[in-house]
Design a binder for this molecule. Sequence first.
Ligand code: NAP
Length: 314
Amino acid sequence: MENEYDIIIVGCGPAGMTAAIYAKRAGMKCLILEKLSPGGQIMITPMVENYTGFSKIDGFSLGQKMFEQVKAFGIDVEFCEVHNIELDGKLKKVKTGAKTYVAPVVVLAMGAASRTLGTQEDKKFVGKGLSYCTVCDGAFFKDKKVAIVGGGNTALEDIAYIYNIAKEVVHINRRSEFRADDKNIQEYQKLLKQKNSKIIPKYGYVVEKLCGEKKLESIDIKNLKDGTTENIKLDGLFVAIGRVPQTEILDKELDLDENGYIIVDEHMKTSIDGVYACGDITHKSLRQIATAVGDGSIAGTYASLYVKKIKAEK
Ligand code: NAP
C-alpha cells in the first residue's frame, strides 16, 4: 500500500530525525511527518554551545545539518499537519487533512509548544508586538523598548540575544530566582551589572493585561507581594515561560505525568504496544538537544526491533 510504512515518526526535531536515522539504518521503511519546518525548537534557538562536536553553532544551522543527514539517508519526509493519530489496533493510523498513513509502529516526537500568558489579549497581539521567538522577531525591535517574561534558560538566552538589539529590556519574572543553568545566569548577571545596563528587572511580577488598539502599546504587570499593578509602555513583548507537550492529536490516552508529558520506559516505549515517544514530549528531567538525540536513537532502535519481531511472528 502506498501510504503504508514500517514506522511513522511524527515530528522532525532532533529526536524525530534521530529516530528516523536509526530506523532507516535498521532497514525500516519510515516516514517523518512535520507540520512546520525541520529542526523543531532548535530553529529558534539563538546559539547552541552544549551540543557535543559543535563549540558554537546557531540553532538554525544545526537543524539544517541534521535535516541534510535525514535527506542523505533517503528518508521520506512530508510537510503537512497531522490532525489525528489512532493508536489502537495492529496498524496505527496517522491522519492529515488529505491522507491517512498507516504503520504498525508510531514514534511520537512532536515536542512541546510555547506556554502562553493566558491573558484575554494573547491572541489579539501575536505578531503585533507579542512574540514567542526572539530569533525570529527580535530584529523588528531595533532601538525599541521590549519586555521578556520568564526566568528559565530560554528567557535568559533571549535577553542576552536581544540586549544588543533593543534600547531597553524589561525583565519580568515571577520569582527572584531563576530556573536556568549557571552559565546563563552568569551571562545575565554580567549584563545586569554593566554600567547603564539596558535591563530593567521586575522580579516578583506577572503580566496581567496586554493593552493597545491595533498593536501592543503597553502591559499591566502585577506585583505578587502587594497585589498592586503597574503599566509599562513598550514596543514588544517576548514570552518565554516554558513549554507544554503537544499531545492533543492523540485519540487515546497514553500514560502521562502530572504535567501532561508522555511516560516511556527505558526503550522509549509508551503504555501502548507499537507506540514510542522521544524528546521534549516525554517525561524527563533534562530537556536538551543532546537528550532529545539520545532518546531518538533509543526509540528508533527499539521501534525497529519491535517491527522485526511482529514481522517474524506473521
Ligand atoms: P522552563 O525551564 O520551564 O522555565 C520557565 C520559566 O517561566 C520559569 O522561570 C517559570 O517560573 C516561568 N513561568 C512558568 N509559567 C509561568 C507563568 N504562567 N507566568 C509567569 N512565569 C511563568 O522553560 P524554558 O526556559 O522554556 O526551557 C524549557 C526546557 O528547555 C528546559 O528544560 C530548559 O532547561 C531547556 N532549555 C535549555 C537550554 C540550554 O541548555 N541552553 C536553552 C533553552 C531551553 P518558575 O521558575 O517560578 O516556575
